[in-house]
Design a protein around this ligand. Structure first.
Ligand code: GLN
Length: 190
């Protein structure tokens, strides 16, 4: 039998512990990533939700940004949730904050509006046999995709999950539910 998949969870800020739990429940080994050296030997990386401006700033000051971009270009799967989506996007309308610029998406921050700061919804995800519960917390949505980016889920006419080759992203927080299907899908990409 093959060994356990080793998945890094970027642990600079935000909801990283919940991703570690979900990965362990899926049978993978979860490693906290805070230093460049910790990117070595990973089968995949998760960029969690939190505050995208802080995560972006910390990635630069911890000297992690270039290493993540390099690993991504050599094919390592990366999964960004919520703030992680923003950090992966090539475009963020109305903001000049730092991003890794990995994915051909435009991610609009806090895009669902103040009245509905946080909400939950059952989502149809392309290729998934069952609906997935999405927990949205001051979530972004994708207002444009281009190139080889494929839309995987839409809520209220807005793109909330997408994939581009080795890159996966969603607006919501799959690590806050007991449903492991999205983490399993990501592990399947590794
Ligand atoms: N609103 C946050 C941002 O723009 C993202 C929120 C989250 O990750 N739950 O960075």
């Amino acid at each position: 039998m093959a060994g356990k998949k080793v998945i890094g969870v970027l642990a600079l800020q935000g909801a990283f512990a919940e991703h570690e739990d979900a990965l362990r429940k899926c049978g993978a080994k979860a490693i906290r990533v805070r230093r460049k050296e910790e990117l070595k030997g990973l089968d995949g990386l998760i960029i969690p939700g939190g505050e995208s401006t802080s995560i972006g700033r910390l990635m630069v000051s911890y000297d992690l940004a270039d290493g993540i971009v390099e690993r991504s270009q050599s094919g390592m799967p990366i999964f960004g949730t919520c703030a992680g989506m923003i950090v992966m996007a090539k475009e963020i309308p109305g903001s000049d904050q730092f991003t890794l610029g990995l994915m051909n998406i435009s991610a609009r921050r806090n895009a669902f509006g103040r009245q509905i700061d946080s909400f939950e919804a059952d989502l149809d995800v392309k290729g998934f046999p069952k609906k997935v519960r999405g927990i949205f917390i001051r979530a972004p949505y994708i207002d444009r995709v281009w190139g080889e980016t494929e839309v995987l889920a839409v809520f209220d006419g807005k793109v909330v999950m997408a994939r581009e080759k080795n890159l996966l992203t969603c607006s919501f927080h799959p690590e806050l539910t007991t449903d492991l299907s999205i983490h399993k899908y990501f592990l399947g990409m590794t």
